[in-house]
Structure formats: structure tokens, C-alpha cells
Ligand binder design. Structure first.
Ligand code: ATP
Length: 503
């Protein structure tokens, strides 16, 4: 597992997807830069999300709010008082950890024991294996699952300001050791606020203390009335946004999974009070379909319903993804009630209501939120796509099987040789295709090596120009995933690529 994760990180760097930020100065912890291919993949994920959430929904519109917001926003939202992580120090190593993450990792190890039992049984029983039945009846799996559940429930109960001592007690009872030094000598658990502070202008006045937004959602709530009125939106309707968010994460690790600067793709859906739970179910289903449509494999996803709800929610679930380090949260779907709009009403003195003509009533709408980390989605897509394929005869290839719709480069145009007019014809093809697709010309090295390079970079199609092409205006198209090749007329290239890569 660890090796495959290292592989993901080094491949992302080698092929221009992700670099450590300011790397020439040895990087900045938990901050990353997206390279020439990473920027394209990221842009394509955003477009895929925006198209399905905004363009395909008549009742959802998108905005782009500022990162800096009036400081009262964060009082109203609860972030000033409640946006805290429980931290614990190890007295011997002097290292600081998130107490909840230590316990979650411990629980995950127990879960992995259960998974191992399931895998073993799968091998033993072959086709006849009924996983559901096995999980329900095998005593060892049952024991592991119960143990994991109990630990997570106790953790959830103890994560409030008053009960933090219980988290420490749980860590000690489970005998969790410092991952670095193995020491079990822990301090008390303390809360730490995650918001990055900054100042407006040169004034020393505390009224000019600002925060970099820790979530994009509040930019939507404060614009609720603007959008509803100017867009003449009727409930139910949604407002979507993609943008940067900042959190001063203490335990920054797992590559782009947990960063201090990251991007969120969020949608807040405003509904009638009382109808929120059926919309919550509906959005769970819609978001699940969105993920499935990318074809990364349904077994890579699972829902995790929250036992403990945030102060603003009356239902919440995570869509978890099987990252190289195990199942972790990729997206959150929350029923946020009328908490945010009500709080902004109180703090601003402005009405944030909707007059429902059918009901003949004015009310503060309830909200269902879908919130996905763009960088986490990037890591999900990238890590699930990176494969080492056995080609038989002791040969193998590294291939990045990105969904074609997301691939940075859609097709590479390759002249078989660097002479006889082949480069010129290949360039002509590039000139024609570049208006509709991101294509790349490549003439260096033998064609087999160029295929391998494009496989590893994630390019779904290679188009090879040879001597016959000069005569009959046909070229060879090679498919990344199957390595199948076929001869096609140059005039049909655009429609062939389109079929492969379109939404
Ligand atoms: P976690 O429990 O992993 O810290 P969270 O529950 O605090 O996440 P939310 O506040 O629900 O996360 O944010 C919504 C989404 O934003 C998450 O599902 C995740 O994809 C993304 N996200 C949150 N924090 C980070 C981060 N530090 N780096 C990258 N993405 C993040």
C-alpha cells in the first residue's frame, strides 16, 4: 500500500502533474503546485462538475465569490467559535497530532483486518462467494466490525469541548503509540482554530482582522438574496461555486489529500422546510451517479453516514473513496437546516427569506449541501487510474488510464520518422485538431517509446503518420487502454476523438 502511494506521488511529479510548492526552497509543507498536465486535469474535473451540476440543471446557477469576506461572516457561521481541531502532543517526540485522526487510523487498521478476512474467503470460495452473507455471519469479521464501530462511536461522543479528556483516555486505553517514536506519553487534548488570519490595509484596528475563507459555502449564503432576486429563482433551487479555501491544518500529510490551500466544488440547494430529508436522499443518489459515470469502479466508493452531527446539520454523510492509504472522505453531503441563513439574518439584520407563492408563506429555506474537494477528486482519479500492466513475456507497461473526458491531452500526433514529409503532415493534423482538442505533437524517439510515454502521461489516443498516409490520407489510431490499432481516414479524426473524449 505504502509503495503504491509513493509511486503515485513520484509519477505525478515525473509527468508534470504535481510539484511541491516553491520546491527550489525545499517546498512549503502541505502546499502543492499543479504542473502543465495537472492544471489541465484539474480544469477538466472542474468542467465536468460544473457541466453536470450547473449546465444540466435549469434550477442551479453558479457564482464566484471573493476569498476575503466581511469578518462578521465567520462569527455568524460559527467558525470563530467552533472551527477547531483536537490536538495532542507526544511528550517524548515533541510531535503534534490530531487526536481524532490517531483514533480513526487505529480503527481503520481494525477494519483492514476484517477486509483481509473477506479477501481470504473470496479466494477460497471463488465464484460461489457471497460477500454480504459472509460479512453478516463470520464471527471474526463481526468482531472486528463491532470493535471498529464502538471506537468510532466513542470518539464521536468525546469530540466536544467539554469531553476532550475522554479522547485522551481513549487514546491511552487503546494503547496508541506515537507513529514516529513509538512513545505513549501524551499531553492533554487542546482545541486549535483552523482559520488563517490576515489584516485589511495598514490599520491596527481589530475590526480589520480578516480570515481567508475556510470553506466556499459562506460566499453562497451571503449572496442568497442577491441571486434569488436577480435570477428570479424559485424554491427549490441551487447555487454552485468552485473556489479556493484555506485551513491551517496541523496534521498535514497524505500529499494533496489534506492541504493548507485547496479548492472546493460546492453546491447549496435551497428547499422548503420539512422537505430537506427527501432532497438529502436525492442528492446522495445524484452525486453517487456522477462519481459512477467516471468509471473508476463502484467498489472504490462507499457512503459513511455520520453518527455525530455538526452544530448546523440534521443529517450528514460522506462519500468515501479508496485512496492508496485506505477509504477516506472525498465528498460531504449535509442537510444544513436553516442554520446558516438564520445566523446571517441575525448578524446582518437583513431578511434572507423566500416568499413561496404556492404556500402563501415567507420562510427561511432549508439547505442541502454537496461539497467535494477538487484536489481530493484529483487524487482519487489519478491514483485509481495509475496501473502497472502485465503484457506477458516478462514485459509490462505503466499506464495512466484517466477517464478520456478528463485527460489533459486527448491525442498525440506522431510522425513515424523525422523525414520524408511525415513531420509536415503530422503538423498539419495538429493545426486542424487543436481548435477542438488539446493535442500534442511528438517526434522524439522510436514510436514504441513514444506510445509508452503517452500511456504513462494518460493520453487516450495516439495518431501515427507514416508513408502510406502521404498517399492515401489515412493514419493509424492507437487506443491507450486496449493498445488496439486501426487505420482511419484523416478526415474522420475529429469525430473519432470526439466520440472518445466527450462528456
Ligand atoms: P476532513 O474530516 O478530512 O478534515 P472535513 O469534514 O473537514 O474533512 P468539509 O469541511 O466537509 O471537510 O469540506 C468538504 C470537502 O472539502 C471535503 O470532503 C474534502 O474533499 C475537502 N477538504 C476539506 N479539507 C481539505 C484539505 N485540508 N485539503 C484538501 N481538501 C479538503
Amino acid at each position: 500500500q505504502e509503495d503504491s502511494f509513493k509511486n503515485v506521488i513520484s509519477h505525478a511529479k515525473e509527468y508534470g502533474y504535481i510539484f511541491a510548492s516553491s520546491e527550489i526552497y525545499d517546498g512549503l509543507s502541505a502546499v502543492y503546485d499543479y504542473g502543465q498536465n495537472g492544471a489541465e486535469l484539474k480544469k477538466n474535473i472542474k468542467e465536468y462538475w460544473w457541466k453536470s451540476m450547473v449546465q444540466l440543471h435549469q434550477n442551479i446557477v453558479g457564482i464566484d465569490a471573493a476569498i476575503l469576506m466581511h469578518p462578521t461572516t465567520w462569527k455568524a457561521s460559527g467558525h470563530v467559535d467552533a472551527f477547531n481541531d483536537p490536538l495532542i502532543d507526544n511528550k517524548d517526540s515533541k510531535k503534534r497530532y490530531r487526536a481524532d485522526v490517531l483514533v480513526e487510523d487505529y480503527a481503520e487498521k481494525i477494519n483492514q483486518k476484517a477486509q483481509k478476512e473477506i479477501e481470504k474467503a473470496k479466494k477460497r470460495f471463488g465464484d460461489a462467494f457471497d460477500e454480504e452473507q459472509f460479512v453478516a455471519t463470520n464471527p471474526r469479521v463481526q468482531r472486528y466490525k463491532a470493535e471498529e464501530k464502538e471506537i468510532l462511536e466513542r470518539l464521536a461522543k468525546s469530540l466536544t469541548e467539554e469531553n476532550l479528556a475522554d479522547v485522551k483516555a481513549l487514546i491511552e486505553e487503546l494503547g496508541i503509540a506515537c507513529p514516529e517514536s513509538g512513545s505513549k506519553n501524551w499531553t492533554d487534548v487542546k482545541q486549535f482554530n483552523l482559520m488563517f488570519g490576515t489584516k485589511l490595509g495598514a490599520s491596527a484596528d481589530s475590526a480589520t482582522d480578516l480570515y481567508l475563507r475556510p470553506e466556499t459555502a459562506q460566499g453562497i449564503f451571503v449572496n442568497f438574496a442577491n441571486v434569488q432576486k436577480t435570477g428570479r429563482m424559485k424554491i427549490p433551487f441551487g447555487i454552485a461555486q468552485i473556489g479556493k479555501a484555506f485551513r491551517n491544518e496541523i496534521v498535514a500529510r497524505q500529499f494533496i489529500f489534506r492541504q493548507r490551500e485547496f479548492e472546493q466544488m460546492e453546491m447549496q440547494f435551497f428547499v422548503r422546510p420539512g422537505e430537506e430529508l427527501s432532497w438529502f436522499e436525492k442528492w446522495k443518489e445524484t452525486r453517487q451517479k456522477w462519481h459512477a459515470s467516471l468509471g473508476l469502479g463502484d467498489e472504490k466508493y462507499r457512503f459513511h453516514d455520520h453518527e455525530k452531527l455538526a452544530h448546523y446539520a440534521n443529517a450528514a454523510t460522506d462519500i468515501e473513496f479508496d485512496f492508496p492509504f485506505g477509504f477516506k472522505e472525498l465528498e460531504g453531503i449535509h442537510s444544513r437546516t436553516d442554520f446558516d441563513l438564520k445566523a446571517h439574518e441575525e448578524h446582518s439584520g437583513k431578511k434572507l427569506r423566500f416568499y413561496d407563492p404556492e404556500m402563501g408563506e415567507n420562510y427561511v429555506p432549508y439547505v442541502i449541501e454537496t461539497s467535494i474537494g477538487l484536489d481530493r477528486m484529483f487524487l482519487a482519479v489519478f491514483s485509481a487510474s495509475l496501473q502497472e500492466e502485465d503484457l506477458g513475456d516478462g514485459k509490462s507497461r505503466t499506464v495512466l488510464k484517466l477517464p478520456a473526458v478528463l485527460a489533459p491531452t486527448k491525442a498525440a500526433i506522431l510522425p513515424l520518422l523525422k523525414k520524408d514529409g511525415l513531420p509536415e503532415l503530422a503538423q498539419e493534423i495538429v493545426e486542424e485538431l487543436k481548435w477542438d482538442f488539446r493535442v500534442q505533437y511528438d517526434e522524439k524517439d522510436a514510436v514504441g517509446r513514444r506510445y509508452r510515454r503517452q500511456d504513462a502521461a494518460g493520453t487516450p489516443l495516439c495518431i501515427t503518420v507514416d508513408h502510406d498516409s502521404l498517399e492515401d490520407k489515412t493514419v493509424t489510431v492507437r487506443y491507450r487502454d486496449t493498445m488496439e490499432q486501426k487505420r482511419v481516414p484523416i478526415s474522420e479524426l475529429a469525430s473519432i476523438i470526439d466520440q472518445e473524449v466527450n462528456f
